[in-house]
Design a binder for this molecule. Structure first.
Ligand code: AMP
Ligand code: MG
Length: 325
């Protein structure tokens, strides 16, 4: 529960008052799904049309959460993780899209983003119970079962080139789910909406009357304080932080792994990325977190319509040149 609350306040949504827009009113609902609180906010002419759109959006996000989770025992991710070395697994269009987008971010980041990092995540996760750091040999062994280049794609299927591999979409799925939730709202005729999935936010249409949504980026070391305000009309913002899930009390071992070393990514405590889609913002926040201040800012500068803000261990804030939100 505490984890969920922390995720929820990762980005505070500062909802202003109605900004014109005729008879449109603001409606908002928050539910606890896919291990986090998700808020859907829309402007709609009445409560019935708002509820219909919001319910449909939550239903789609719930469905996709099940499709992309590595905890499920019945989805394609599970099939890939259990049989992927023995035979090619048919992905279906949604998992295909997410996997291909993941591989794109692996390629542009030299492997800093890598969905095959799961064996290392599982190894480090054990520290939560044991409080004992895995031996270097264990890290080396788990690392030998990773590597995005060992995912083989062919005609809508995927398989693993090495035994013992597994994938997690934890670094990208929330963003994809936000994009899909927004798509459903659009399909219901909504023209101003925002979805906040534990700090991964996507929006379209701004506020009625031309205003923007205002988000407060939380201080990674003080959940009731914020670092900066970000205004958003059409697009997405996502944040990766060591405070989201950690395996040691001092947060030095946490859930974001540098696949190039096998250890928790170190010099950054929070990475925020603004991008056109929540899928990209989510994947890039994880990527930039792993790459660290220098390479992370360089990658964000090299990509179109992407901005980043990083907070380092010694609390220095670094931004891309276009980060003026
Ligand atoms: P996020 O909170 O979006 O940064 O995602 C963190 C989650 O992504 C972790 O809980 C892991 O499941 C997964 N993950 C950890 N390290 C990486 C990485 N280097 N590349 C891709 N996914 C990762
Ligand atoms: Mg991410």
């Amino acid at each position: 529960m505490r984890k969920a609350i922390l995720a929820f306040i990762c980005v505070f949504l500062v909802l202003g008052c109605l900004g014109g827009g005729g008879s449109l009113k603001e409606y908002s609902e928050t539910r606890n799904l896919i291990g986090t609180f998700i808020s859907v906010t829309v402007y709609a002419p009445n409560a019935e049309s708002a509820a219909e759109a919001i319910n449909a959006s939550f239903a789609e996000m719930t469905r996709l959460g099940g499709e992309l989770s590595h905890y499920s025992k019945t989805n394609k991710v599970h099939e890939l993780n259990t049989k992927g070395f023995d035979e090619p697994v048919e992905l279906g269009p949604e998992l295909s899209f997410v996997l291909n987008r993941s591989l794109y971010f692996s390629a542009v980041s030299g492997g800093a983003f890598d969905v095959t990092v799961q064996p290392l995540v599982l190894l480090w996760e054990q520290m939560k119970d044991t409080n004992v750091s895995p031996a270097d040999a264990e890290v080396k062994e788990a690392k030998s079962r990773t590597g995005y280049e060992n995912i083989l794609l062919s005609g809508g299927t995927a398989s693993f080139a090495r035994p013992g591999m597994s994938v997690t979409f934890g670094g990208i799925a929330k963003g994809y789910i936000v994009d899909a939730g927004l798509g459903v709202l659009r399909g219901h005729g909504i023209v101003h909406a925002l979805i906040n999935a534990g700090g991964d936010v996507g929006a379209f249409g701004g506020k009625p009357g031309g205003g923007s949504w205002t988000l407060a980026l939380r201080n990674p070391r003080n959940e009731s304080d914020y670092v900066t305000l970000i205004s958003l009309r059409d697009g997405a913002v996502a944040t990766s932080g060591d405070y989201e899930r950690y395996f040691t009390p001092d947060k030095s071992v946490h859930h974001i792994i540098d696949p190039r070393t096998g250890y928790s990514a170190a010099p950054v405590i929070s990475a925020t990325v603004i991008a056109d889609s929540a899928t990209d913002a989510d994947a890039l926040a994880t990527t930039v977190f792993v790459l660290g201040p220098k390479e992370g800012i360089e990658l964000a500068e090299s990509l179109q319509n992407v901005e980043a803000l990083l907070i380092t261990e010694n609390k220095t804030i670094l931004k891309t040149s276009g980060f003026k939100f």
